[in-house]
Design a binder for this molecule. Sequence first.
Ligand code: SF4
Length: 363
Amino acid sequence: MDYTKDFRDKGKIGVVLDRIRAISRKPLRLMEVCGGHTMAIHRFGIPSLLPGHIRLLSGPGCPVCVTDRRFIDQAVAYARMPGVCVATYGDLLRVPGSSSTLEREKARGADVRVAYSVLDVLDWARRQPRLLFVFLGIGFETTTPSTAAGLVQAQAEDLDNFLVLSAHKLMPPAMSALVDEGVPLEGYLAPGHVSVIAGAKIFEPLARRHGKAVAVVGFEPLDILQGVAMLAEQVESGSPRVQIQYSRVVSHQGNLKAQALVERVFRVADHWWRGLGVLPASGLEPREEFARWDAARRLPVEPEPTRDPAGCICGDILRGTSSPSDCKLFGRVCTTSNPVGSCMVSEEGACQAHYRYNHLARR
Ligand code: SF4
Protein backbone atom coordinates (compact mmCIF):
# COMPACT_ATOMS: atom_id res chain seq x y z
CA MET A 1 0.00 0.00 0.00
CA ASP A 2 1.29 3.48 -0.82
CA TYR A 3 1.21 5.38 2.49
CA THR A 4 1.81 8.70 0.72
CA LYS A 5 -1.34 8.48 -1.44
CA ASP A 6 -3.90 6.14 0.09
CA PHE A 7 -4.42 7.82 3.45
CA ARG A 8 -7.99 9.01 2.72
CA ASP A 9 -9.10 5.91 0.83
CA LYS A 10 -11.89 4.57 3.06
CA GLY A 11 -12.04 1.43 0.96
CA LYS A 12 -8.61 0.44 2.29
CA ILE A 13 -9.75 0.35 5.94
CA GLY A 14 -11.15 -3.18 5.60
CA VAL A 15 -7.96 -4.31 3.83
CA VAL A 16 -5.75 -3.03 6.66
CA LEU A 17 -8.02 -4.49 9.34
CA ASP A 18 -7.89 -7.89 7.59
CA ARG A 19 -4.11 -7.60 7.55
CA ILE A 20 -4.00 -6.82 11.28
CA ARG A 21 -6.27 -9.79 12.05
CA ALA A 22 -4.15 -12.08 9.87
CA ILE A 23 -0.76 -11.20 11.36
CA SER A 24 -1.45 -10.30 14.98
CA ARG A 25 -1.60 -13.18 17.45
CA LYS A 26 0.21 -11.97 20.59
CA PRO A 27 -1.35 -9.53 23.07
CA LEU A 28 -0.41 -6.07 21.92
CA ARG A 29 -0.37 -2.94 24.08
CA LEU A 30 0.42 0.11 21.99
CA MET A 31 0.80 3.59 23.38
CA GLU A 32 0.15 6.83 21.53
CA VAL A 33 2.10 9.83 22.80
CA CYS A 34 0.44 12.62 20.88
CA GLY A 35 -2.73 14.48 21.86
CA GLY A 36 -3.75 14.66 18.18
CA HIS A 37 -3.59 10.87 17.97
CA THR A 38 -5.58 10.51 21.22
CA MET A 39 -8.41 12.61 19.78
CA ALA A 40 -8.33 10.91 16.37
CA ILE A 41 -8.34 7.42 17.90
CA HIS A 42 -11.46 8.11 19.97
CA ARG A 43 -13.20 10.33 17.44
CA PHE A 44 -13.00 7.62 14.80
CA GLY A 45 -13.72 4.75 17.20
CA ILE A 46 -10.47 2.97 16.31
CA PRO A 47 -10.36 0.76 19.47
CA SER A 48 -13.74 -0.76 18.56
CA LEU A 49 -12.38 -1.83 15.15
CA LEU A 50 -9.39 -3.73 16.50
CA PRO A 51 -9.26 -7.35 17.69
CA GLY A 52 -9.72 -7.68 21.47
CA HIS A 53 -6.09 -8.59 22.14
CA ILE A 54 -4.85 -5.21 20.81
CA ARG A 55 -5.11 -2.41 23.35
CA LEU A 56 -4.42 1.25 22.70
CA LEU A 57 -3.14 3.29 25.64
CA SER A 58 -2.75 7.04 25.95
CA GLY A 59 0.59 8.30 27.20
CA PRO A 60 2.19 11.64 28.05
CA GLY A 61 1.52 13.23 24.65
CA CYS A 62 -0.79 16.13 25.42
CA PRO A 63 1.39 19.23 26.03
CA VAL A 64 -1.09 20.94 28.33
CA CYS A 65 -1.71 17.74 30.34
CA VAL A 66 1.96 17.07 31.08
CA THR A 67 2.64 20.66 32.11
CA ASP A 68 3.29 20.42 35.81
CA ARG A 69 1.22 22.15 38.47
CA ARG A 70 4.37 24.01 39.64
CA PHE A 71 4.54 25.73 36.25
CA ILE A 72 0.90 26.86 36.50
CA ASP A 73 1.53 28.10 40.06
CA GLN A 74 4.50 30.12 38.80
CA ALA A 75 2.40 31.59 35.97
CA VAL A 76 -0.36 32.47 38.48
CA ALA A 77 2.26 34.20 40.67
CA TYR A 78 3.35 36.27 37.64
CA ALA A 79 -0.28 37.13 36.80
CA ARG A 80 -0.68 38.54 40.33
CA MET A 81 2.27 40.93 39.87
CA PRO A 82 1.39 44.50 38.93
CA GLY A 83 2.74 45.56 35.55
CA VAL A 84 3.03 41.97 34.27
CA CYS A 85 0.97 40.44 31.45
CA VAL A 86 0.93 36.64 31.14
CA ALA A 87 0.40 35.45 27.56
CA THR A 88 -0.30 31.87 26.59
CA TYR A 89 -2.20 29.47 24.36
CA GLY A 90 -5.91 29.18 25.21
CA ASP A 91 -5.98 25.67 26.69
CA LEU A 92 -3.60 26.57 29.49
CA LEU A 93 -5.98 29.16 30.95
CA ARG A 94 -8.23 26.55 32.56
CA VAL A 95 -5.54 24.17 33.81
CA PRO A 96 -5.80 24.06 37.59
CA GLY A 97 -2.82 25.17 39.63
CA SER A 98 -2.65 24.43 43.35
CA SER A 99 -5.26 27.02 44.28
CA SER A 100 -6.15 28.98 41.13
CA THR A 101 -6.11 29.06 37.34
CA LEU A 102 -5.02 31.76 34.93
CA GLU A 103 -8.67 32.08 33.91
CA ARG A 104 -9.65 32.84 37.51
CA GLU A 105 -6.83 35.35 37.85
CA LYS A 106 -8.01 37.04 34.66
CA ALA A 107 -11.56 37.25 36.06
CA ARG A 108 -10.09 38.94 39.14
CA GLY A 109 -8.51 41.60 36.94
CA ALA A 110 -5.07 40.20 36.09
CA ASP A 111 -3.71 40.88 32.61
CA VAL A 112 -3.79 37.38 31.09
CA ARG A 113 -4.02 37.18 27.30
CA VAL A 114 -4.50 34.37 24.81
CA ALA A 115 -1.84 34.39 22.11
CA TYR A 116 -2.11 32.49 18.85
CA SER A 117 1.65 32.63 18.37
CA VAL A 118 4.71 34.13 19.97
CA LEU A 119 4.52 36.84 17.28
CA ASP A 120 1.38 38.23 18.98
CA VAL A 121 3.29 38.62 22.23
CA LEU A 122 6.27 40.30 20.56
CA ASP A 123 3.84 42.72 18.93
CA TRP A 124 2.12 43.53 22.26
CA ALA A 125 5.53 44.05 23.89
CA ARG A 126 6.54 46.55 21.18
CA ARG A 127 3.28 48.49 21.53
CA GLN A 128 3.18 48.54 25.35
CA PRO A 129 6.78 49.07 26.50
CA ARG A 130 5.74 49.78 30.12
CA LEU A 131 4.23 46.31 30.56
CA LEU A 132 6.38 43.22 31.08
CA PHE A 133 5.11 40.32 28.96
CA VAL A 134 5.71 36.73 30.07
CA PHE A 135 5.04 34.18 27.33
CA LEU A 136 4.39 30.66 28.60
CA GLY A 137 6.32 28.39 26.23
CA ILE A 138 4.84 24.90 26.39
CA GLY A 139 4.85 21.88 24.12
CA PHE A 140 7.18 19.36 22.58
CA GLU A 141 9.61 19.46 19.65
CA THR A 142 6.76 20.77 17.46
CA THR A 143 6.28 24.13 19.17
CA THR A 144 9.81 24.80 20.44
CA PRO A 145 11.15 26.29 17.17
CA SER A 146 8.56 29.09 17.21
CA THR A 147 9.48 30.02 20.80
CA ALA A 148 13.15 29.91 19.81
CA ALA A 149 12.40 32.24 16.89
CA GLY A 150 10.63 34.59 19.31
CA LEU A 151 13.69 34.73 21.56
CA VAL A 152 16.01 35.37 18.61
CA GLN A 153 13.71 38.20 17.48
CA ALA A 154 13.61 39.74 20.98
CA GLN A 155 17.41 39.66 21.06
CA ALA A 156 17.67 41.22 17.58
CA GLU A 157 15.33 44.06 18.62
CA ASP A 158 16.86 44.40 22.09
CA LEU A 159 13.29 44.07 23.38
CA ASP A 160 13.52 44.33 27.14
CA ASN A 161 9.90 43.71 28.18
CA PHE A 162 9.45 40.23 26.65
CA LEU A 163 10.24 37.09 28.66
CA VAL A 164 9.70 33.37 28.11
CA LEU A 165 8.86 30.92 30.89
CA SER A 166 9.83 27.63 29.29
CA ALA A 167 8.10 24.32 29.95
CA HIS A 168 9.19 23.00 26.55
CA LYS A 169 9.76 19.28 26.70
CA LEU A 170 11.47 16.50 24.77
CA MET A 171 9.38 13.45 23.94
CA PRO A 172 11.91 10.56 23.84
CA PRO A 173 13.01 10.83 27.52
CA ALA A 174 9.38 10.43 28.65
CA MET A 175 8.88 7.41 26.37
CA SER A 176 12.07 5.82 27.72
CA ALA A 177 11.10 6.61 31.32
CA LEU A 178 7.85 4.68 30.95
CA VAL A 179 9.74 1.64 29.66
CA ASP A 180 12.30 1.92 32.50
CA GLU A 181 9.43 2.17 34.97
CA GLY A 182 8.06 -1.13 33.67
CA VAL A 183 4.83 0.15 32.11
CA PRO A 184 3.75 -2.89 30.08
CA LEU A 185 3.68 -2.05 26.37
CA GLU A 186 5.04 -3.58 23.20
CA GLY A 187 5.23 -0.54 20.98
CA TYR A 188 4.66 3.14 20.39
CA LEU A 189 2.51 4.95 17.85
CA ALA A 190 5.03 7.78 17.66
CA PRO A 191 3.94 11.40 17.22
CA GLY A 192 3.72 12.71 13.67
CA HIS A 193 4.11 16.44 14.28
CA VAL A 194 7.06 16.03 16.66
CA SER A 195 8.74 13.88 14.02
CA VAL A 196 8.26 16.45 11.24
CA ILE A 197 10.62 18.72 13.20
CA ALA A 198 12.91 16.33 15.07
CA GLY A 199 12.93 13.43 12.58
CA ALA A 200 12.11 9.78 13.22
CA LYS A 201 15.75 9.30 14.24
CA ILE A 202 14.96 10.47 17.78
CA PHE A 203 13.09 7.21 18.42
CA GLU A 204 15.97 4.89 17.40
CA PRO A 205 17.14 4.29 21.02
CA LEU A 206 13.64 3.07 21.93
CA ALA A 207 13.92 0.29 19.38
CA ARG A 208 17.64 -0.46 19.78
CA ARG A 209 18.10 -0.08 23.53
CA HIS A 210 14.61 -0.80 24.83
CA GLY A 211 13.44 -3.29 22.18
CA LYS A 212 10.17 -1.45 21.52
CA ALA A 213 8.39 -1.37 18.18
CA VAL A 214 7.93 2.17 16.85
CA ALA A 215 5.80 3.50 13.99
CA VAL A 216 5.55 7.24 13.27
CA VAL A 217 1.97 7.70 12.13
CA GLY A 218 -0.32 10.38 10.70
CA PHE A 219 -3.75 11.45 11.89
CA GLU A 220 -6.24 9.88 9.47
CA PRO A 221 -7.98 6.66 10.60
CA LEU A 222 -6.14 4.75 7.89
CA ASP A 223 -2.80 6.21 9.04
CA ILE A 224 -3.38 4.96 12.57
CA LEU A 225 -4.55 1.52 11.47
CA GLN A 226 -1.56 1.17 9.14
CA GLY A 227 0.65 2.10 12.10
CA VAL A 228 -1.00 -0.63 14.19
CA ALA A 229 -0.36 -3.11 11.35
CA MET A 230 3.31 -2.08 11.20
CA LEU A 231 3.71 -2.51 14.96
CA ALA A 232 1.93 -5.88 14.92
CA GLU A 233 4.30 -7.07 12.18
CA GLN A 234 7.36 -5.88 14.12
CA VAL A 235 6.21 -7.61 17.32
CA GLU A 236 5.20 -10.87 15.61
CA SER A 237 8.52 -11.04 13.72
CA GLY A 238 10.55 -10.11 16.82
CA SER A 239 12.30 -7.25 14.99
CA PRO A 240 11.53 -3.95 16.72
CA ARG A 241 12.62 -0.92 14.73
CA VAL A 242 11.50 2.58 13.74
CA GLN A 243 9.15 2.71 10.75
CA ILE A 244 7.69 5.83 9.18
CA GLN A 245 4.07 5.42 8.13
CA TYR A 246 3.59 9.23 7.91
CA SER A 247 6.15 9.44 5.12
CA ARG A 248 4.24 12.16 3.25
CA VAL A 249 5.66 14.68 5.76
CA VAL A 250 8.10 12.86 8.09
CA SER A 251 11.71 11.99 7.27
CA HIS A 252 14.41 10.26 9.26
CA GLN A 253 16.39 13.51 9.68
CA GLY A 254 13.53 15.96 10.20
CA ASN A 255 13.77 19.72 9.70
CA LEU A 256 17.47 20.50 10.17
CA LYS A 257 16.97 24.29 10.11
CA ALA A 258 14.42 24.13 12.92
CA GLN A 259 16.68 21.79 14.91
CA ALA A 260 19.63 24.21 14.49
CA LEU A 261 17.48 27.12 15.69
CA VAL A 262 16.39 25.22 18.81
CA GLU A 263 19.99 24.12 19.46
CA ARG A 264 21.16 27.73 19.23
CA VAL A 265 18.60 29.07 21.72
CA PHE A 266 17.94 26.26 24.21
CA ARG A 267 19.94 23.88 26.36
CA VAL A 268 18.72 20.57 27.71
CA ALA A 269 17.68 20.50 31.39
CA ASP A 270 15.90 18.26 33.88
CA HIS A 271 12.16 19.01 33.87
CA TRP A 272 9.04 18.32 35.91
CA TRP A 273 6.33 16.31 34.16
CA ARG A 274 2.85 15.88 35.56
CA GLY A 275 2.54 12.24 36.58
CA LEU A 276 6.17 11.39 35.86
CA GLY A 277 8.01 13.72 38.25
CA VAL A 278 11.42 15.10 37.33
CA LEU A 279 12.90 13.42 34.26
CA PRO A 280 16.61 13.96 33.57
CA ALA A 281 17.44 15.83 30.35
CA SER A 282 13.79 16.00 29.32
CA GLY A 283 13.21 19.74 28.98
CA LEU A 284 14.60 22.89 27.44
CA GLU A 285 15.60 26.20 28.98
CA PRO A 286 17.14 29.27 27.30
CA ARG A 287 20.93 29.26 27.01
CA GLU A 288 23.06 31.82 28.82
CA GLU A 289 23.05 34.07 25.73
CA PHE A 290 19.26 34.38 26.13
CA ALA A 291 19.18 34.58 29.96
CA ARG A 292 17.94 38.18 29.73
CA TRP A 293 14.69 36.91 28.23
CA ASP A 294 14.32 33.91 30.55
CA ALA A 295 11.50 34.59 33.06
CA ALA A 296 12.81 31.93 35.46
CA ARG A 297 16.12 33.81 35.81
CA ARG A 298 14.99 37.39 35.42
CA LEU A 299 11.77 37.23 37.43
CA PRO A 300 12.21 34.64 40.18
CA VAL A 301 9.08 34.01 42.28
CA GLU A 302 8.27 31.70 45.17
CA PRO A 303 5.05 29.98 44.11
CA GLU A 304 2.67 28.52 46.68
CA PRO A 305 3.22 24.93 47.90
CA THR A 306 1.99 22.46 45.30
CA ARG A 307 -1.28 20.62 45.97
CA ASP A 308 -2.93 18.02 43.74
CA PRO A 309 -6.73 17.73 43.58
CA ALA A 310 -8.06 14.81 45.64
CA GLY A 311 -9.22 11.89 43.52
CA CYS A 312 -7.68 13.01 40.20
CA ILE A 313 -5.59 10.22 38.65
CA CYS A 314 -4.31 12.26 35.70
CA GLY A 315 -0.74 11.21 36.53
CA ASP A 316 -1.57 7.49 36.25
CA ILE A 317 -3.43 8.13 32.99
CA LEU A 318 -0.43 9.96 31.53
CA ARG A 319 1.75 6.98 32.49
CA GLY A 320 -0.64 4.60 30.75
CA THR A 321 -1.32 2.64 33.94
CA SER A 322 -4.96 3.76 34.28
CA SER A 323 -7.65 4.88 31.89
CA PRO A 324 -10.12 7.76 32.41
CA SER A 325 -12.95 5.36 33.25
CA ASP A 326 -10.89 4.20 36.28
CA CYS A 327 -11.27 7.67 37.81
CA LYS A 328 -14.17 7.94 40.28
CA LEU A 329 -14.67 11.60 39.35
CA PHE A 330 -14.91 10.99 35.58
CA GLY A 331 -18.19 12.13 34.04
CA ARG A 332 -19.77 12.91 37.42
CA VAL A 333 -17.70 15.53 39.20
CA CYS A 334 -15.18 16.03 36.40
CA THR A 335 -16.62 17.04 33.02
CA THR A 336 -15.54 19.32 30.19
CA SER A 337 -17.52 22.19 31.74
CA ASN A 338 -16.10 21.51 35.22
CA PRO A 339 -12.64 19.99 34.67
CA VAL A 340 -10.82 18.86 37.80
CA GLY A 341 -7.52 17.89 36.14
CA SER A 342 -5.53 18.87 33.08
CA CYS A 343 -6.46 15.68 31.19
CA MET A 344 -10.07 16.93 31.05
CA VAL A 345 -9.16 20.57 30.33
CA SER A 346 -7.21 20.08 27.16
CA GLU A 347 -8.84 19.25 23.85
CA GLU A 348 -6.02 16.75 23.42
CA GLY A 349 -6.37 15.19 26.86
CA ALA A 350 -7.29 11.52 27.30
CA CYS A 351 -10.12 12.30 29.75
CA GLN A 352 -11.68 14.85 27.42
CA ALA A 353 -11.39 12.44 24.46
CA HIS A 354 -13.11 9.66 26.44
CA TYR A 355 -15.74 12.09 27.72
CA ARG A 356 -16.61 13.55 24.32
CA TYR A 357 -16.46 10.46 22.15
CA ASN A 358 -17.27 7.56 24.52
CA HIS A 359 -19.18 8.90 27.55
CA LEU A 360 -21.44 11.51 25.89
CA ALA A 361 -21.93 9.38 22.78
CA ARG A 362 -23.41 6.56 24.89
CA ARG A 363 -25.97 8.78 26.66
S1 SF4 B 1 -11.52 12.48 34.92
FE1 SF4 B 1 -10.89 14.46 35.75
S2 SF4 B 1 -10.35 14.06 37.85
FE2 SF4 B 1 -10.35 12.10 36.80
S3 SF4 B 1 -8.27 11.82 36.08
FE3 SF4 B 1 -9.36 12.80 34.43
S4 SF4 B 1 -8.97 14.97 34.73
FE4 SF4 B 1 -8.44 13.96 36.68
